[in-house]
Design a protein. Structure first.
Length: 278
């Protein structure tokens, strides 16, 4: 059975529209290609009760993996770890190894003459306060370490909200851990284009082919009416498989049947195709 995942992004700036969230997109894409089914994604404000409620909501679904982003820094509105500790009914405890990582990061910045002195002791200790039983993850880009822990059957990761930091920790620490723990699946995604002024005209054909290929996801990407015909509609055909050969075979068969059905209906299929295999 495919492992399941949920995502949580935390920050007022995301919901105020000050910053466009990138992390949910990145994590959804990477996890899908690792063989996970991402079931839910939430955005919440920097408010303790809202964060605790979000953790409770996601954890009640007994997912295999929960990754949250944001709220690990030194300021008063960085509340993720305290809220996670409350949600799991665990105390926050000082983690010496996390503190060491934070100090080493500041020492490196001072050596590189990017800072004159480290941050105040209180802020460094705040970033090193983790839920009991949590393990810090090295942050090769920034200051606050990532955090890994378990709650019942769910593996939880808390990551910084800065996209470059999140992506570095995910690639270096989380991907190897997930590949070791879960059976990963191959992901194949193929795209092609069809001349069509109205996406609705394709709906019945896509439905019928999808019924014949239940293990393949077929999706048309809508465009405004004034641009659809000139730029063509993009069709995505994608699936997971036990290996790349199986997944690619499923997608190829679905594409063949779909393109044949579209051509019988009088639609022009663009000759260029894009395929993603991971």
């Amino acid at each position: 059975m495919m492992p399941t995942a949920a995502l949580l992004a935390i920050g007022n700036e995301l919901l105020n529209g000050d910053i466009r969230d990138k992390n949910l997109f990145t994590l959804s894409q990477r996890l899908t290609r690792l063989g996970f089914q991402v079931q839910q994604a939430l955005l919440v404000r920097d408010e303790p009760d809202a964060i605790v409620e979000a953790f409770h909501l996601l954890l009640t679904h007994q997912i295999d993996l929960l990754i949250c982003s944001g709220g690990l820094g030194p300021t008063d509105d960085d509340l993720t770890l305290a809220a996670l500790a409350q949600a799991m009914e665990r105390p926050l405890t000082f983690a010496p190894d996390a503190y060491q990582h934070i100090n080493e990061h500041y020492e490196r910045l001072i050596r590189e003459e990017r800072l004159d002195q480290p941050s105040p002791e209180a802020t460094r200790r705040k970033m090193a306060a983790l839920p009991q039983g949590a393990t810090p993850l090295p942050n090769p880009v920034g200051t606050a370490p990532g955090v890994a822990m378990r709650y019942q059957t769910t593996l939880i990761y808390a990551l910084p909200g800065v996209p470059e930091e999140l992506e570095a920790i995910f690639a270096e620490s989380i991907v190897p851990a997930l590949q070791a723990r879960f059976e990963t699946a191959a992901w194949v995604e193929r795209a092609f284009f069809v001349s069509c002024d109205d996406e609705a005209a394709l709906a019945e054909i896509l439905h019928d082919v999808s019924e014949e290929h239940a293990d393949v996801y077929i999706k048309s990407l809508a465009r405004p009416f004034f641009s659809a015909g000139s730029h063509r509609l993009k069709i995505l055909v994608m699936t997971h498989g036990e290996d790349a050969t199986q997944a690619e075979s499923r997608v190829a068969q679905a594409c063949d049947d779909l393109q044949a059905a579209l051509q019988r209906a009088g639609f022009d299929i663009a000759p260029d195709e894009e395929t993603t295999i991971s």
